[in-house]
Design a protein around this ligand. Structure first.
Ligand SMILES: Nc1ncnc2c1ncn2[C@@H]1O[C@H](COP(=O)(O)OP(=O)(O)O)[C@@H](O)[C@H]1O
Ligand SMILES: [Mg+2]
Length: 243
């Protein structure tokens, strides 16, 4: 089954205003990963908000078309239910970190979902192991490096066990080494069948992508296997895409 289905999606933040997304259609399957590349202002963050339901539940603009996660229409599914199916990792991990220790931070969302204590403990052990942050579980997240914070933000998304994860420029604030650690986790998630949508304008996550879309002014202007795109130097130069 398709994990993520986007059908003729268009969006404006204000009624009658500029269309920020224009007639976007695509599907991503189980264990498949899609890379979305686009310049600043091309609509990447708006698209990621639509994928995880922040649009239309939080932003009240005008959305046309639909987004289905595991067959469920985001428009008709409450955010709390969507959050356990599709997670989002943002560019700046600081906004996703809320509690005084790494472990408390990870437990926070699960406690809100009334997951039993024993179950929380088990899940967190697994997630911290997967992401490689077990050794820093008692640290204050504010004292960690940017890369470690991003791993904690990713772990807090993974704790909810979503089948789809969206990374919105999650690598762009990280140095090479920290980005490599996140990419290694992305690879593991893929092997476990998690569906990934990785939004970035750099080459950092390239090895993870199965297919790549190029977004320009709210439109998908190019789609296909990444090898094809990489060979098309003319297109890459024309659209200022540099790897
Ligand atoms: N909250 C908002 N209200 C109105 N317009 C917005 C808002 N957020 C983004 N936009 C506009 O939508 C367009 C796409 O922005 P965005 O999705 O953030 O692109 P990207 O993530 O690719 O940089 C831009 O023109 C931006 O000014
Ligand atoms: Mg953005």
């Amino acid at each position: 089954m398709e994990r993520l289905k986007v059908e003729h999606l268009s969006y404006s933040y204000v009624p009658g205003g500029k269309k920020v997304l224009k007639d976007i259609t695509f599907r991503v399957g189980v264990g498949e990963s899609l890379g979305i590349i686009g310049l600043n202002g091309s609509g990447k963050t708006t698209l990621s908000y639509c994928l995880c339901g922040i649009i239309p539940h939080y932003f009240k603009g005008v959305m046309a078309g639909r987004v289905l996660v595991n067959g469920k229409d985001t428009r008709k599914t409450p955010l709390s239910e969507l959050a356990s199916m599709i997670g989002i990792v943002l560019q700046d991990p600081n906004v996703q970190i809320l509690m005084p220790t790494v472990e408390d931070d990870l437990a926070f969302a699960l406690e809100n979902y009334n997951v039993p204590r024993e179950e929380i403990k088990k899940r967190l052990e697994l997630v911290m192991e997967l992401v490689g942050i077990t050794a820093i579980k008692d640290e204050n997240p504010n004292n960690l490096s940017g890369g470690e914070k991003q791993l904690v933000a990713l772990a807090s998304v993974l704790a909810l066990d979503p089948s789809v994860i969206v990374f919105d420029e999650s690598l762009s604030m990280l140095d090479e080494l920290a980005a490599k650690r996140i990419i290694a986790v992305m690879q593991k998630l893929k092997q476990q069948g998690t569906t990934l949508v990785v939004i970035d304008h750099t080459a950092k996550g390239l090895e993870v992508y199965d297919k790549v879309f190029v977004l320009e002014e709210g439109r998908v202007i190019r789609r296909g296997p990444k090898e094809q795109l990489l060979q098309d130097k003319l297109f890459l130069n024309k659209h200022k895409i540099f790897f």
